[in-house]
Structures are given as structure tokens and as C-alpha cells.
Design a protein. Structure first.
Length: 197
């Protein structure tokens, strides 16, 4: 009985954050729960509640990660390219924030990126959720599994995202991704290794 009570206390370690200024249409509530696995890593479970401005729950997104340094610890690392909140904040260590609203597929709708792993020297990795026709957000597997890192540059008129990720002390990889409106698919246009200025 004592063991079960102790385990329950341990598994409830987490953080809740509410974001009301990221979107013109939605509010977001994040719940993070960390479950110790022994050793240096925890399993982390993230729940994203998507609410209307009238506070009605519209959708809930859940995912987990086994390799994570706990995000959302102070609820201040967020950015919005649609409302402009924290848009011009300095980017440190390739980290654009824990949750970001932007139009990733250039269709005029607000999309969502949520940090899934803190990552390494190259910066954190993100899950990307694209707003669909019915108003629900759906995970974009290409952006989440192939691009992963947050793009450094948006080129709207060409429907391109440019990602820059640290390769080593002297160089970084620059990858250009392009979205095709007709096929609704992404492709990698080019990938080059560049020296830091």
C-alpha cells in the first residue's frame, strides 16, 4: 500500500501552462507529466488542450517522449508569428520556444508547433500540427519527422521553409523545404553545409 502511494506521488510531477495571446482564434492549455524511468531519463507526457476564445474545449492533442529535458517549466517560452507576441525575441541555442503558432503550410490558417524533445547542440525538436478544413489540428508527419527543428526562415510567396541546424563548431546545415498546394506534400529542395559568418 505504501509503495503504491509513493509511486503515485512520483508520477504526478508536472507543469501546467495557459496561453491566451498566441492565436487570434484559440487559447492553449498545456499539461506536462514526467514519469521517472530510472537513470538519467524520464518519460514525459504532454497534453495540449485547444480552446475557443469562449473557453470551449475543441480538441486535445497528446504525445509522449522518452528523451526530454522538461519544457514548460516557467510558461514564458512561447512565440506567435500570427499575433506577433514574442516574435522578435532573441533565439538562444536554436530554441524558438516551447509552443509556437505560425502558418507553416502557407494557407492563411494558424498552425501549431509544440516542443517534443529538448535535443542537443542542434536545438530542440518539434511536433507540427496543421489546421485542417474542419478546424481540427492534425499532425504533419513530414514536418514532425523529417524537418523536426524549427525553421529559421519563412518564404511565403515561394511556400518555402528554410531550416538551419548546427552541424559542428564551425558549420551548420541549411535545408530548404517547399510545400506543393496541389499535392499537399512537402519536398526537400536542397541541403547544403555552410560556414558560420
Amino acid at each position: 500500500m505504501f509503495f503504491m502511494g509513493l509511486f503515485s506521488v512520483i508520477t504526478l510531477r508536472g507543469q501546467d501552462c495557459t496561453y491566451n495571446k498566441l492565436s487570434k482564434q484559440y487559447n492553449f492549455k498545456i499539461h506536462v507529466k514526467s514519469v521517472p524511468q530510472g537513470g538519467e531519463t524520464d518519460s514525459v507526457f504532454i497534453s495540449v488542450g485547444i480552446y475557443s476564445k469562449e473557453k470551449k474545449l475543441l480538441q486535445q492533442i497528446k504525445f509522449g517522449s522518452d528523451f526530454f529535458l522538461l519544457p514548460f517549466t516557467d510558461c514564458t517560452k512561447y512565440r506567435s508569428y500570427t499575433t506577433g507576441v514574442n516574435r522578435d525575441n532573441q533565439v538562444m541555442d536554436w530554441d524558438y520556444g516551447d509552443i509556437i503558432v505560425a502558418d507553416f503550410n502557407f494557407d492563411g490558417a494558424e498552425d501549431l508547433a509544440v516542443k517534443k524533445e529538448q535535443g542537443s547542440n542542434s536545438g530542440p525538436r518539434y511536433n507540427y500540427y496543421i489546421k485542417g478544413n474542419k478546424g481540427l489540428f492534425k499532425k504533419d508527419t513530414f514536418l514532425s519527422d523529417t524537418m523536426e527543428y524549427f525553421p529559421s526562415e519563412f518564404i511565403g510567396h515561394q511556400k518555402k521553409l528554410i531550416g538551419r541546424v548546427r552541424a559542428n563548431t564551425y558549420e551548420y546545415n541549411e535545408t530548404t523545404y517547399q510545400y506543393n498546394n496541389e499535392t499537399k506534400n512537402w519536398k526537400v529542395l536542397k541541403k547544403v553545409l555552410k560556414n558560420y559568418p
